[in-house]
Design a binder for this molecule. Structure first.
Ligand SMILES: [Zn+2]
Length: 52
């Protein structure tokens, strides 16, 4: 389940599996789907992650 958080007026989305943070829900959802399926992160997805 992708988690939504708000920080400094911006919304972020967190993959419920690996807890990488994204600024788009689409990427967070893709990450979570991939994490669930492969039990690991795909670098093509995690490169879109942001650091808080
Ligand atoms: Zn993930």
């Amino acid at each position: 389940m992708v988690k939504e958080i708000e920080k400094e007026g911006k919304k972020y989305y967190i993959c419920g599996e690996c807890e990488f943070v994204y600024d788009s829900k689409e990427w967070a959802q893709k990450c979570e789907d991939c994490c669930k399926e492969h039990h690991s992160c795909n670098i093509e997805i995690t490169k879109h992650a942001v650091k808080l």
